[in-house]
Design a binder for this molecule. Structure first.
Ligand code: CTP
Ligand code: CA
Length: 224
C-alpha cells in the first residue's frame, strides 16, 4: 500500500500577506477608511500556516486576532506604513498575497489640530497613495505575487488588466455582484485568473473555504 505524502505543501516557504483596511488621517481624531474587516487576509494567513508556511501578516486596523504561532502579525495604519512594511519584508518572501483594501487616496495635508466646525461646506483634497502590489511587481525576482481585484462591472477584463499592469502571477477576482459576497460577509465568490489568462470560476463559499482554494491554486501554479 502507499503512504499518503503528509509533508505540508508550503513547508519552508515564507509567505507575506496583507490584510484589512488602511486608515488615512485627516486630523488627530479623524480618518478616511473603508469597510474591510481583514477576515479574508486572516483566513489566508491561518491556512498558509496550517500548510507549513512561515507567515508574516501585515494588517491595517482590525479587531481580528490569530493564535497560530506560525503567523507573525505586524500592525500598520496607513497605506504608506503598509508600503514600507511590505518592502522591508519582500526580499526574503517566496509568496506574497495582497488581500488588503488599501485606500487609493489620502488627504493631502493632515491638520495638526482637530479641525473646528465652521463653514457649511468644507473640502478635503486627496492625493494618490502608492500602489503597493504594482511597486512589488516592478522589483520582483523569485516571488510569486498574488493580488485581488474588486470589481462591479467588466470584471474579467478589469481583473486581467490589473494582473498585467501589476506584474502578478495570479489574481483573485472578487464579485460584489453576487449576493453574500464581500465586505463584512462570511462568504465570498471568487474567480482565479492565472498569468496565461486561464479563468477558474469558484462557487460561493465561506471565506475559510475560499482561503483553502486560494492556497491550492497558488501551490498548483507555483509548482509549474
Ligand atoms: N492594491 C495595492 N496598493 C494600492 C491599491 C490596491 O497594492 N494602493 C492592491 C490590493 O491589495 C489588491 C489589488 O491591488 O490586491 C487590487 O486592488 P483594487 O482596489 O481592486 O484595484 P486598484 O488597482 O486599486 O484599482 P481600482 O480601485 O481603480 O479598481
Ligand atoms: Ca483600489
Amino acid at each position: 500500500f502507499f503512504l499518503k505524502d503528509t509533508t505540508p505543501d508550503l513547508k519552508g516557504k515564507k509567505v507575506l500577506i496583507t490584510a484589512g483596511p488602511t486608515y488615512e488621517p485627516i486630523d488627530p481624531v479623524r480618518f478616511i477608511g473603508n469597510h474591510s474587516t481583514g477576515k479574508m487576509g486572516f483566513d489566508i494567513a491561518n491556512e498558509a500556516a496550517k500548510r507549513g508556511a512561515e507567515v508574516l501578516l501585515i494588517t491595517g486596523p482590525t479587531s481580528l486576532k490569530t493564535n497560530n504561532p506560525a503567523v507573525q502579525v505586524k500592525h500598520v495604519v496607513s497605506a504608506n506604513d503598509m508600503y514600507q512594511a511590505c518592502h522591508e519584508a519582500f526580499q526574503t518572501a517566496d509568496i506574497v498575497i495582497g488581500a488588503a483594501a488599501i485606500a487609493d487616496y489620502r488627504p493631502k495635508t493632515i491638520a495638526s489640530q482637530k479641525i473646528k466646525k465652521s463653514d457649511e461646506e468644507i473640502t478635503i483634497v486627496l492625493e494618490k497613495n502608492p500602489d503597493i502590489l504594482a511597486s512589488l511587481g516592478a522589483v520582483k525576482k523569485q516571488q510569486f505575487l498574488v493580488g485581488f481585484a474588486l470589481e462591479t462591472e467588466n470584471e474579467i477584463e478589469y481583473a486581467k488588466g490589473k494582473l498585467k499592469k501589476k506584474n502578478l502571477d495570479l489574481i483573485v477576482l472578487n464579485s460584489l455582484n453576487d449576493h453574500g459576497a464581500g465586505f463584512g460577509k462570511p462568504t465570498n465568490k471568487v474567480t482565479f485568473i492565472d498569468k496565461d489568462f486561464n479563468i477558474f470560476p469558484q462557487e460561493l463559499k465561506s471565506k475559510e473555504a475560499v482561503a483553502k482554494d486560494i492556497i491550492d491554486q497558488i501551490v498548483k501554479n507555483y509548482a509549474e
